[in-house]
Design a protein around this ligand. Structure first.
Ligand code: DOR
Ligand code: ZN
Ligand code: ZN
Length: 408
C-alpha cells in the first residue's frame, strides 16, 4: 500500500459498501422546482447512497439518444454521487440500440399509464419491443400496475363521487399489480428479456413473481422501505403526503414482503425517491394529488434501526442495497468492498439515536411519512470514488464530484 496522506479515526463505527439505490427520480430540467441533480444527489450522499439510477419520467422524458445525452450533460456538473440513467422506450424501437450505446443502464416501462413512446395497450408492439431489448442485454424495470384495471375502477369510483384515500386504495388494488406482473411474465417467457419488477407491494404480486422465478424466468424484484414500514392505516392517518403508487398496503402484505426480504425472493430494496412540492401533495380530489415520497435520506437509517434491534442481519442490508443492485444492473467495480473496486463506501454509527426531521432534508422535498420517527443508526461519512462527500450530515464536496455511469 502507498503511504496514506490522511488518517481518519473510525473507532466504534462500521464501514459498509456505499448504497446503490436503483430507483430514484432526480427530476431537474423541467421539473427542477421539485428536485435537481445537486439537491437529489446531496440527499443521496446524506443517506449513505453512493450510486443512484435515475428514472426517465422527466420533462423532457428520457426516451432518445438526444434527451439522454442532454440529461447526462446537465447532470455532469451538478452530481455529488454516481448516477446512471434509465430510458423509457422510444417511439421508434430502432433507436433502442443508440440509447444503450449512449450509456443507458436499463429501460423503464410504466404499465400504469403510457410515459414513453411505446403503446402499452398494444400487446404485439410490447412483445416486439421486448424482443429487440433482449438482444441489447439490459434489463427492463417495470412499474407493474395494469392500466386497464386501474382505469376501470377509477372511473367507477369517480362516477360515484369517491375521491378520498380509501377510493385510491381501492383503485390501486392488489389485482392490478398481479395482472401486470402476469402480463410481463408472459412476455419474458416468450422473449427471454430480463424483467426487474419495481416496488412490489402485495402478497400475491410477490407470489406471482416467485412462481416466475421457480419456472426459471429471468426476473428480479425490489420493494421499498415505505412498503415494508408503513401500512394502509398509516396512510389513512398521515393523509395524502404519504400517497405514492403503488400505495402502502394492509398489514398482511407487509408480513409477506418481510418474508420475501428474509428468504431472498426480494432481490433489492430501493427508495423510489419521488419528490414533489408540499403544495402538490394535497388536492381536493385524491386523484389530483402528485404521488410519491422522498426516501433517499431515510432508507439506510430505517434499515439500520432494524439491524440494531436484532430484526435484520447487517449482511442482508449489504446484499439488498449494494451487492445485488450492482450485479443486476451490471455496475462494474461497485457493490462490494474489494481491491480494485471503486472506493464507494459509507461509514455508519449504529449507536447514534436520533429523530427523523424532514425539515432538515437536503432534498427539496421537505416532508416524509417517517417524520418524527426515532432511528438508531446513521450514516456519518460518505465516500464516493475515494472522495469524502458527506461528513456528519454536511456536504463537503463540490458539485460535479460524482461520476456519470454509462452502461457497457
Ligand atoms: O408514486 C410514484 N411517483 N409512482 C410513480 O409511478 C411515479 C413517481 C413519480 O415520478 O413521482
Ligand atoms: Zn413506479
Ligand atoms: Zn418511481
Amino acid at each position: 500500500m502507498p503511504k496514506a496522506e490522511t488518517k481518519i479515526n473510525l473507532k466504534n463505527l462500521l464501514v459498509l459498501p456505499g448504497l446503490i439505490d436503483v430507483h430514484v427520480h432526480l427530476r431537474d430540467e423541467g421539473k427542477a422546482y421539485k428536485e435537481d441533480f445537486y439537491s437529489g444527489t446531496a440527499a443521496a450522499a446524506a443517506g449513505g447512497v453512493t450510486t443512484v439510477l435515475d428514472m426517465p419520467n422527466n420533462n423532457p422524458i428520457t426516451m432518445s439518444t438526444e434527451t439522454l445525452r442532454n440529461r447526462m450533460k446537465v447532470a455532469e456538473k451538478k452530481v455529488l454521487v454516481n448516477v446512471g440513467f434509465y430510458s423509457e422506450f422510444p417511439k421508434n424501437m430502432k433507436e433502442t440500440k443508440g440509447i444503450v450505446g449512449e450509456g443507458a443502464v436499463a429501460f423503464k416501462l410504466f404499465m400504469a399509464e403510457q410515459v414513453g413512446g411505446l403503446n402499452i395497450d398494444d400487446d404485439y408492439a410490447l412483445l416486439e419491443a421486448f424482443k429487440i431489448v433482449s438482444r441489447l442485454k439490459v434489463p427492463v424495470a417495470v412499474h407493474a400496475e395494469d392500466k386497464a384495471a386501474l382505469e376501470r375502477t377509477e372511473d367507477d369510483l369517480k362516477r360515484s363521487n369517491r375521491n378520498d384515500v380509501e377510493a385510491f386504495l381501492k383503485a390501486h388494488s392488489e389485482s392490478a399489480e398481479v395482472k401486470a406482473v402476469k402480463h410481463l411474465l408472459n412476455i419474458t417467457k416468450q422473449t427471454g428479456t430480463h424483467v426487474h419488477f419495481c416496488h412490489i407491494s402485495t402478497e400475491n404480486g410477490l407470489k406471482t413473481i416467485i412462481d416466475g422465478k421457480n419456472l426459471g424466468l429471468p426476473v428480479t424484484c425490489e420493494t421499498t422501505p415505505h412498503h415494508l414500514f408503513l401500512s394502509a392505516d398509516d396512510l389513512r392517518r398521515i393523509g395524502t403526503r404519504a400517497l405514492t403508487t403503488p400505495p402502502v398496503r394492509e398489514k398482511h402484505h407487509i408480513v409477506a414482503l418481510w418474508d420475501g426480504v428474509k428468504n431472498g425472493w426480494i432481490d433489492i430494496l430501493a427508495s423510489d425517491h419521488a419528490p414533489h412540492t408540499l403544495g402538490e401533495k394535497k388536492a381536493k380530489l385524491v386523484w389530483d394529488v402528485k404521488v410519491g415520497i422522498p426516501g433517499l435520506e431515510t432508507t439506510l437509517s430505517l434499515l439500520l434501526t432494524e439491524v440494531k434491534r436484532g430484526r435484520l442481519p447487517m449482511a442482508d442490508v449489504v446484499r439488498l442495497m449494494s451487492e445485488k443492485p450492482a450485479k443486476i444492473f451490471k455496475l462494474k467495480g461497485r457493490g462490494c468492498l474489494k481491491e480494485g473496486n471503486n472506493a464507494d463506501f459509507v461509514v455508519v454509527d449504529l449507536n447514534r439515536k436520533s429523530r427523523i426531521d424532514a425539515a432538515k432534508f437536503h432534498s427539496k422535498a421537505k416532508y416524509s411519512p417517517f417524520d418524527g420517527w426515532i432511528i438508531e443508526g446513521k450514516p456519518v461519512k460518505t465516500f464516493v470514488n475515494g472522495q469524502l462527500i458527506m461528513d456528519g450530515g454536511e456536504i463537503v464536496a463540490k458539485a460535479g464530484s460524482g461520476e456519470i455511469i454509462r452502461g457497457e
